[in-house]
Write a protein that binds this ligand. Sequence first.
Ligand SMILES: Cc1ncc(COP(=O)(O)O)c(C=O)c1O
Length: 347
Amino acid sequence: MNFASDNWAGATPEVMAALHRANDGAAPAYGNDALTRRVTGLFSEVFETDVQVWFTGTGTASNSLGLAALSRPGGLVFCSSEAHIHVDEWGATEFQSQGMKLVAVPQAAGRMAPEALAEMMARYPEGSRYGVPVALSLTNATELGTVYAPAGVQALTGLARARGLAVHMDGARFGNAVAASGATPAELTWKAGVDFLSFGGTKNGCWAAEAIVVFAPDRLHDLAARRQRAGHTFSKARFVAAQFEAYLTDGNWLRWARAANARAEQLRAGLRGTGPAWLGWESEANEVFAVLPRAAIAAVRAAGGTLYEWPAEAMGGQLGPDEDLVRLVTSWATTADEVERFLSLVG
Ligand SMILES: Cc1ncc(COP(=O)(O)O)c(C=O)c1O
C-alpha cells in the first residue's frame, strides 16, 4: 500500500530491459550516440512537430534550467501558489536565473483561473518599478491532482502571450495529464501556446529520466551552457535515451499513466461515499486528496501502508478535530488489491 509518492515506485520491466540493451558495447558520449538521436526523433513524432530535447536528471533541473534560459534582470515568473517551482524546489529557479522572482497566483485545486492570472499580471504593468514579466509557468497535471484541458491551458497562455511572456509547462506528471484529458501531447502544449515543457519520465516508470522539450528554441538562451554548468549534461546519455525509448515506444508511457490514473479513480470512487473518510476535492490524475480520521491513518501505517499528510489549510477549516488531510499518489505499479485494502482499512 504505497501511496506516499509515484517516486517510490520502481522502474517498469520495459525500462529495465532497455537499460540492459543499451549496456551492450561502447557508444559516443554526451548525447552523440545513435540512440539519443533516435529518441529525439521519437519525441518529435509524439509531439507532432520538430522539438529540441535536453535530458536532465531531475524535474527541478528541467524547471529551473529551462526558466533560467529566459532570464532577465528583474525578471518575473507567474506561477500558481502551489507550484512545485515555488513551494518545493529550494529556490532553484531563483538561483539558476540569478534572481528572477516567482510571483504566486491564487489557485483552486491547483489550477489558476484566467481572472486570477490577469489580476496578478495587472499588478505588474509595463515599465513598472516592480520588475519585468518574463514567463508564465503552468503545471499539468497540477500539484493537486487536477488537469488542465487544452482550452484551460489556452485561456492562460493567451493572457501571457498578449503581454509577450514565454510559457513553460511543468510536466513532471505530463503522461497522467495526457491520459486524463484525452488530448494529444501537441494539443496540451505547443498548440495551446506552450513554449517548452519539463517532460517527466521518473514518476511514471523510469528512473532519473527527465527532459526539457523545447517547441520555441528562439526564446531560450544558453540552455546548453546552463545545463553543462549545472552538471546535468550526462556523459552516458544513452542510458537516459534508452529509458525514453522504452517509455515512448508503443504508447507505453500512456498505458502506464492510464493505469496509475485508473487506480486513483478507484480510490476516489471508494471515498466519494458518506463514510468516515472523504474526498477533499475531485481530481483527475494520479493524486488523490482525502480527509481521514487520524485513527484510520494510524491503521494504514500499522498495516505497512505509506501516505503523506498535506497542509490542512487546503480544506479551509472544514476538518474535524480528529481528522487530517492526506495525499494519496498512485503509480504504474499500484494494484487494484492495494487500493481495496486501503479502502477497507479507512472505510
Ligand atoms: C509538479 C512537480 N514538478 C516537478 C517535480 C520534480 O521533482 P524532482 O526534482 O524531485 O525530480 C515534482 C516532484 O515531486 C513535482 O511533483
